[in-house]
Design a protein. Structure first.
Length: 80
């Protein structure tokens, strides 16, 4: 994750956006006297929203966590 001041983002916005999209890396924008903000790619944002949606149901979140644990333990199988 890269942290840059607002003034630098303002001067190099296109380059920053390319960095965020091409490298899949967040950019934290600091502002003097203001709260910081983050730029992320649309793909990353959609992934975060999907994860939040899938985890909203406790039962679904439990099933997902169990499935991830099974994969980590080698119990999964490739279907492609």
């Amino acid at each position: 994750m890269r942290t840059v001041p607002y003034s630098e983002v303002r001067q190099n916005l296109a380059k920053m956006l390319d960095h965020v999209v091409d490298d899949a890396e967040e950019v934290v924008i600091t502002r003097s006297g203001g709260e910081a903000a983050v730029i992320i790619s649309l793909r990353e944002y959609e992934s975060l929203k999907e994860t939040a949606y899938l985890s909203a149901s406790p039962a679904n979140a439990r099933r997902l966590n169990e499935a991830v644990e099974e994969l980590r333990n080698g119990a999964g199988r490739c279907t492609t």
